[in-house]
Structures are given as C-alpha cells and as structure tokens.
Design a protein around this ligand. Structure first.
Ligand SMILES: *[C@@H]1O[C@H](CO)[C@@H](O)[C@H](O)[C@H]1NC(C)=O
Ligand SMILES: *[C@@H]1O[C@H](CO)[C@@H](O)[C@H](O)[C@H]1NC(C)=O
Ligand SMILES: *[C@@H]1O[C@H](CO)[C@@H](O)[C@H](O)[C@H]1NC(C)=O
Ligand SMILES: *[C@@H]1O[C@H](CO)[C@@H](O)[C@H](O)[C@H]1NC(C)=O
Ligand SMILES: *[C@@H]1O[C@H](CO)[C@@H](O)[C@H](O)[C@H]1NC(C)=O
Ligand SMILES: *[C@@H]1O[C@H](CO)[C@@H](O)[C@H](O)[C@H]1NC(C)=O
Ligand SMILES: *[C@@H]1O[C@H](CO)[C@@H](O)[C@H](O)[C@H]1NC(C)=O
Ligand SMILES: *[C@@H]1O[C@H](CO)[C@@H](O)[C@H](O)[C@H]1NC(C)=O
Ligand SMILES: *[C@@H]1O[C@H](CO)[C@@H](O)[C@H](O)[C@H]1NC(C)=O
Length: 746
C-alpha cells in the first residue's frame, strides 16, 4: 500500500494548521487504507481506527460494548490529519474474528495482526513504514505463551466496570519521555513505575514519546499504573468500561513531528497574554488590602517591574465562599485599580475546591448536588484546620458554572481576573495525609485514598479528570466573560497545581507544586519540567526559591540565612528561563517565628537585590523571544523547554547514551526555545560549572555556542567549564544575540 501522496497534498491544503508542519515533520498526512477495523473474537472486541496524522486509535472492551460517549481527552476528529473535519465515532469498514491476518495503514504507520488458523494470534503490532518501504517495529503486544494475555481484564467490583492491564514488548535500550510530572531526576523514564494517582507535586499522565519514534496516549480518566520494565511496558486502569489509546509515529529523531501530531489529537495551546510573560509575584501570604497596596508601592519604589500580584489562601471568611473576606479586603475594585495604576500589574487570587459547612455556598451546593461525596457514606473528603469540608464537583458542568458565577461576582467583575486553582489534584485535597496540621501526620499512603464519588463516576474510574475539569471551569468562565473562543489568544489565566492529557488547550499554567527549599529539590525540578514539556504541558512554572522549609535543614527557606539566600538567587535566576517566571513561597525569617515572612525581590540581602533585579529585567528584555517561542508552541506544539534529545539526538552521537542513563547533562540542561541553552547551578558555593555543549547540525569545525556573559565561542560535542559566579547562570546562545533578543528565531 503506497501513500496516496497527490491526494494527500490536495487534502492537506484544506486542513487548517497544515502549514505549521513545514518546519518539523516530513510529509503531509496521507489517506488511510480503511475507515477502521473491528476484531470480534470470543468475549472481546477490538476497534482500530486510523487517527490523525500517521496514527491509530485503538479501543478494546470485554462483553458490554461502550456507549461511545465515554470521557475522552482526544479531539475527534483531530486538528490535523486526513479526517477533514469528520469525526470517527465508532466507525469501521473491515472486520475479522481474529483468525485472519489484517493490515491497516495510515500514512507512515502500519498495524498488523497475525491471525492463524489453529491458535488465533490476535496481538496487534505497529510499525513505521520507512521511505525505502522497510518496516521498523514500534510496539507490539507482549504475548509470550503461558502468560497473561496482553489485553487482560478483571472484574473486582460489584458493577460492570473492569480492571484492565495492557502490555507491550520493549527492550532495555528503549527510552521513554514524558509521563507528566514526577520528582525522580529522570528524563528517560525507562525502568520507572508510576502510579496514576495525583498528589501535590506529582502529575502522572499516561502520555509519552519513545526514541523508537512513536507517541502514545492512554486515553483514560481512571487511576492505575504505568510500568516501564526492561522487556515489558504495561499500563493498568483500575476501573473502566473501555480501554482506549492512541499510537502515532514520526521519523526516528523527529520529536517535533511527534509533538505536532500528539498535540493535534490531545490539545494545542492558545497564546498567553503579553503581560504574563513578565515577572509573576506571589508569597504565602499577603493578608489584607493594606499590605497589597504597600507591596505595589514598594515595587515602584525599588523600580522593579511586575506583571502579576497574587493573593494566597485564607483570604476568605470560609472555605468555599469563593470571595475575599470583606473585613480584610474592604474595597476590592479600588485595590485592583490602584495596583494597576501603580505597577501596571494584573491580579490573581487563590481558590480552593473545598467547601466547609459554614460557607455561605454550602447548603445550596449540597441541595443541588454540586459537591462530591464518598462511596463509604458521609461527605467528608478531607479536613483542614478542624473544619469539615467537601470538594466542589468539578466534573459536573452545573458545579463549574456555579463556581464561575461566584468568582465572577466576587473577583472578576471587581478587577481580579486571574485565578489560582490550588489543591486542584482531586480525590481529597491532593495530599497523602489529612490536612489537619497534626504534628505526626502521615506523609505517604498506607491505604487507599477516599473513593470519592463524582458526577462522572468514582475516583478510581474518573478521578484523573478532576484537575482537568477544574481548569476547564476557569477556562469556560473566562471565555464566557471575555466573549472569546477556545483556542484563541488568552486575555487572562489560571494557575493550577495539576492537569491532565491535553489540558494545555486551556489558558492555564501548571506549577510544580509545594517543593522544599533545598538544593536537591531545585535539581529535581529541571527533569520535572522537561517531562511535563514532553507530555505536551508546556505552560509550566514553579515556586522560585522553593515553597516550604525542609524541617531537617536549619536554614531552609529562611531569608535571613546566607545559605538560603544563595539557593534563592540560583533558583530565581533559573526561573527567568522557564515558560513563566514566577516567585512564590512560605518563607521563614529570624525576627518572626513564622512562615509568612517577606518574599519580595529586595528581601534577600542588599548584595543580592541587584542580581535578582537584573534577572527580572532580563526577562522583560527577552519578551520578544519568549513570545515567539510561545507562538510556535501554539501553532505546532513545538516544545518550549527542550530536553537535549529533542534537538541533538540526530546530530550528536553521544546524546542518546547520555539520555539513556539520565546523566546530569541531560536531566539538568535544556534548550529554552531554539537558541538558549540553560544550565541552572544546582549546588552551593560554586564559582564555575560544567556544561555539555551538544554537537549541532553543520556544527563540525565551527564554534556555534556563545557564552552569554563573556561572548566566548565554543565548539559542540564537548563538556566545558565556564565561570559561574552567583550573578551568572550558565547560559549559551546559538546564532546572534540580536536575533535572540528580537525574537527573530524561527
Ligand atoms: C475465520 O472465521 C470465520 C468465522 O468463524 C470463518 O467464516 C472464516 O472462514 C475463517 N477464516 C479463516 C481464514 O479461517
Ligand atoms: C503473536 O504475533 C506477534 C507478532 O505480531 C508475535 O510477536 C508473537 O510472538 C505472537 N504470539 C504468539 C503466542 O504466537
Ligand atoms: C494588615 O496586615 C498586617 C500584617 O499582618 C497588619 O499589621 C495590619 O494591621 C493589617 N491591617 C489591616 C487594616 O487589617
Ligand atoms: C471603593 O473606593 C472607591 C474609590 O475610592 C470609592 O469610590 C468607592 O465608593 C469605594 N467602595 C466601597 C464599597 O467602599
Ligand atoms: C485555623 O483557623 C483559625 C480560626 O478559624 C485561625 O486563627 C488559624 O490561623 C488557622 N490555622 C491554620 C493553620 O490555618
Ligand atoms: C459558559 O457559557 C456556556 C454557554 O452559555 C454555558 O453552557 C457554560 O456553563 C458557561 N460556563 C461557565 C463556567 O460559566
Ligand atoms: C563531525 O566530524 C567527525 C570527525 O570528522 C565525524 O565523525 C562526525 O560524524 C561529524 N559530525 C557531524 C554531525 O557532522
Ligand atoms: C548531578 O547533580 C546532582 C545534584 O546537583 C549532584 O549531587 C551530583 O553530584 C551530580 N552528579 C554528577 C555526576 O555530576
Ligand atoms: C557580548 O556581545 C553583546 C552583543 O552581541 C554585547 O552587548 C555585550 O556587551 C558583549 N559582552 C561582552 C562581555 O563583551
């Protein structure tokens, strides 16, 4: 079967966004060989459909057929592909009982089952068809004899939902990139086992790229597990009514091509508002209107630019009021107006999903079924500071609308138009322990999380939807209020602690959660961000300086201690080269025995203020570059933070091996956009730092890398030691600095 290239070229001309493919992936999408293939054998049915560009969508179920309207994170039809605006639904035109060999082709990807007359082999195998016609194996189902079937089901509950385990063959050299956010120092996830359970600072997401040249999406809202063993990749789902996944391919090494195709099926980011590319300031916590106005005046006094000022939690009278306590915030519109006038900044306020029974909204929400409950009976999902709480049910459209209407009345209409959806992880409040602040709390889970009940189902079957739906609530509300369409440029934003497959389609940043203020945690955030990028969630940020003290480190988070000041400066300078530059934390200090000490740029010692200020100014100086990088991400899914394999796997023969073993160069260095190589200093007391400079395309015999601070140039393919005094983050650029600063880089 040859790709129908002439027809494909004609069709692709009709498809929006197709021009965006030129820079990254090779050929345009080709016509598939069939509408779909249904294999029905025994109790099981498997449906395989061509999907998007060079991809397939597979659905499988035992016994009871799915209704076809199950929760899905996929666009049907995808944004790009051969579909030309037509949804696939459950359509197919080829059938088999599994006893015949069947082949399906969609552009570069081929699916084949073996069949056979004696013992049917119903395994699915996927190949990439190379330009010379040869086939490269991408993934085939793991089916040695005397083992569980690669598509395995169990019924553990009283209903018809099943537990599923799907397995594929792998080998120790396969490399896996993505899977959301963990705190594990791994860019290559091979060997890792990841629970599909959301916690503060963990955003496990079953979507990844392989160095074999495929992208994979496990399209399920269920909790479960991902296992990347040496010879077997296995994904499980705790409770489902259908198994649903997408596999798609691009030429080996073409990760931009994979991201383009993945984002075309899961979510393409809009463009962020210009203001959000500046410095975003926050701390735990400004307690009242007077403090915020003082803060704005101080930014002016120190002549430090700021683009967002944030009000953290406990600014409400009761949880679930979704409004500021009027005793502390007497005139919100006046405050927002003054902040704008003094600094030009927007404002953002925190909200928690929890509603306590003393809240003015509790009874209405309870009576109207807008709160989640638990399978075991009472409504408690968690507790906080002694109060009984239940989370609003983000999966219920009526609850989302109620939440938004409340936020609009109390904040948006008064000038606070951006929302920080904290504790958004779902289940309880996203912690492994109860939030009561007991001294001896439980730090990890010895038993199951509360099995919460939602509009869409149980925590086990649909819990992974919760943060996504919570982001959706703010997105829909802001879209409604600004009369703009999904996908169009964002005027305002949310900031979320979690997300899920494709949530980059919303005007929503994700930050890495409540991190500890120690060096190792700083280092861990680099690989966390790179994995989020490879999962498609490019709008990533963190708490510069770390969020909370590590109780075992005396100086941790203490703004008066020199050790912490050094860590803060290193972390803050790194944040200049993240998609969003954001400062937040629950700081300690010596004069107050408290955790709400100062966190402003001028509070880390007189000698550090100019350094901190210089990076904030640098961020504004790089505005055009950052904007261009975001625009490209929006257009084609081209990643903003770029692990070294993205750009150099094919030009530098050392990279693949370095990534395989997760060497520091590949877990702590990355390209920020196409031109800047960023290497944060992650150890104290350093005056110089080693950086691996990759071999670039056509780089042999030239010195393509320029050190930002000295203008010295270097050849690629070597590790260099550069001066890195506290005021200088190791930063290299490709091409001219003028092009970087003007954003003339694509
Ligand atoms: C496959 O099974 C179907 C239905 O049982 C039967 O009609 C068909 O002849 C079989 N084909 C082969 C090649 O065995
Ligand atoms: C089934 O076919 C696949 C190739 O698609 C092969 O790798 C596997 O070994 C076969 N399984 C059995 C049990 O024959
Ligand atoms: C605002 O908070 C500050 C710091 O806690 C406090 O000193 C001040 O009295 C408060 N002002 C008002 C008006 O509540
Ligand atoms: C808020 O402040 C503005 C400007 O000073 C004033 O006009 C308005 O009446 C105030 N509103 C309230 C509710 O105090
Ligand atoms: C708990 O609530 C009380 C009053 O409701 C408040 O004074 C206190 O600061 C709160 N403590 C925490 C840890 O939130
Ligand atoms: C946005 O508007 C649509 C159409 O009126 C409505 O269905 C939806 O509930 C609104 N969303 C929110 C969060 O208010
Ligand atoms: C660079 O030159 C070396 C030695 O001549 C050669 O082995 C290597 O393949 C070249 N690399 C590239 C990317 O051209
Ligand atoms: C990698 O980085 C970590 C944290 O910065 C450091 O502890 C470790 O020594 C480094 N390892 C190597 C091989 O440089
Ligand atoms: C490096 O070059 C840039 C222009 O590209 C210039 O602005 C800067 O001052 C130079 N830095 C040094 C240390 O020479």
């Amino acid at each position: 079967m040859k790709p129908l290239s002439v027809l494909a070229a004609f069709i692709s001309a009709l498809i929006p966004f197709s021009s965006a493919q030129s820079s990254s992936s090779g050929s345009p999408c080709s016509a598939p060989s069939s509408k779909g293939f249904r294999m029905k054998h025994g109790f099981e049915t498997v449906l395989v459909q061509p999907f998007g560009c060079d991809g397939f969508r597979v659905r499988a179920w035992p016994f009871k057929p799915p209704a076809g309207n199950e929760i899905s994170f996929l666009y049907d039809p995808p944004l790009e592909g051969f579909e030309n605006g037509k949804a696939h639904g459950m359509s197919f035109d080829t059938t088999s009982t599994g006893n015949t060999s069947v082949e399906l082709r969609n552009g570069k990807i081929l699916m084949r089952t073996i069949g056979g007359t004696y013992q049917y082999n119903t395994s699915l195998a996927f190949y990439r068809v190379e330009d010379d016609g040869s086939e490269s194996l991408l993934l085939n189902e793991y089916s040695p004899t005397k083992s569980k079937n690669p598509r395995y089901y169990e019924w553990n509950g009283p209903g018809s939902e099943f537990y599923a385990e799907f397995a594929w063959t792998s080998d120790p050299t396969e490399q896996i990139y993505g899977t959301g956010q963990q705190q594990d120092h791994m860019v290559n996830k091979k060997g890792q086992t990841i629970d599909l359970l959301n916690f503060n600072s963990y955003i496990p997401t079953p979507m990844f790229m392989s160095n074999r040249g495929y992208g994979f999406v496990w399209n399920s809202a269920a909790e479960g597990r991902m296992e990347f063993g040496p010879f077997r990749t296995r994904i499980t789902s705790d409770a489902s009514s259908v198994v649903d996944y997408v596999i798609l391919t691009a030429d080996k090494g073409d990760y931009d091509g994979l991201q383009q195709k993945l984002s075309a099926v899961t979510g393409r980011a809009p463009t962020p508002p210009d203001w959000s590319l500046g410095y975003l300031h926050s701390k735990l916590r400004y307690e009242n209107q007077t403090e915020i106005l003082l803060l704005a005046n101080n930014f002016k006094k120190y002549q430090i630019p700021v683009s967002l000022i944030v009000i953290d939690y406990q600014s409400w009278a009761h949880q679930g009021d979704w409004g500021l306590d009027p005793g502390l915030w007497p005139n919100v519109s006046y405050m927002a107006e003054q902040v704008k006038k003094i600094t030009g900044a927007e404002m953002m306020a925190s909200l928690w999903p929890s509603v306590e029974d003393a809240s003015e909204n509790y009874l209405y929400m309870q009576a109207n079924g807008l709160l989640s409950a638990t399978r075991s009976g009472p409504g408690t999902t968690d507790s906080w500071n002694g109060s009984y709480i239940r989370n609003y049910d983000a999966t219920n459209p009526e609850a989302r609308e109620f939440l938004w209407n409340t936020l609009k009345r109390n904040y948006f209409d008064k000038g606070i138009k951006n929302f920080w959806i904290d504790q958004a992880d779902g289940g309880a409040l996203g912690e492994a322990w109860e939030n009561n602040g007991q001294d001896s709390y439980i730090e990890s889970l010895p038993y199951a999380l509360p099995d919460v009940l939602y509009h869409t189902g149980t925590q086990k079957s649909t819990g992974k939807l919760y943060p996504w739906a919570h982001q959706q609530a703010i997105e829909e509300g802001q879209r409604n209020a600004t009369d703009t369409k999904p996908g169009s440029a964002c005027e305002y934003l949310s900031l979320s602690r979690s997300g899920y497959i494709g949530s980059q389609r919303f005007c929503s940043m994700i930050w890495s959660g409540d991190t500890t203020a120690v060096w190792n945690t700083l280092a861990l955030q680099v690989s966390a961000g790179l994995s989020m990028a490879a999962t498609g969630m490019g709008w990533w940020t963190l708490d510069a300086g770390g969020f909370q003290s590590d109780p075992t480190v005396s100086w941790s988070n203490n703004i008066d201690e020199p050790q912490y000041r050094e860590l803060y400066v290193r972390w803050q300078q790194w944040s200049t080269f993240l998609p969003f530059m954001r400062n937040h934390g629950s700081r300690a200090c010596n004069h107050l025995h408290a955790f709400t000490c100062d966190n402003e740029p001028w509070t880390y010692g007189a000698q550090n203020t100019p350094i901190i200020k210089s990076y904030i100014e640098m961020r504004y100086a790089l505005h055009d570059y950052v904007k261009a990088v975001f625009a490209q991400f929006s257009k084609s899914g081209r990643m903003i933070m770029r692990p070294l394999y993205m750009d150099f796997e094919t030009t530098d023969s050392k990279i693949s091996n370095m990534v395989r073993t997760n060497t520091n160069a590949t877990t702590q260095q990355y390209m920020f956009g196409p031109r800047l190589l960023v290497t944060p200093v992650t150890l104290p007391g350093k005056k110089e730092w080693d950086v691996y400079l990759p071999q670039t395309k056509n780089g042999n015999g030239t010195k393509p890398w320029t050190y930002w601070w000295t203008n010295q140039t270097y050849a690629g393919g070597q590790t260099v030691t550069v001066p890195a005094p506290l005021e200088h983050i190791p930063l290299f650029h490709l091409g001219s600095r003028g092009d970087v600063v003007s954003g003339n880089v694509f």
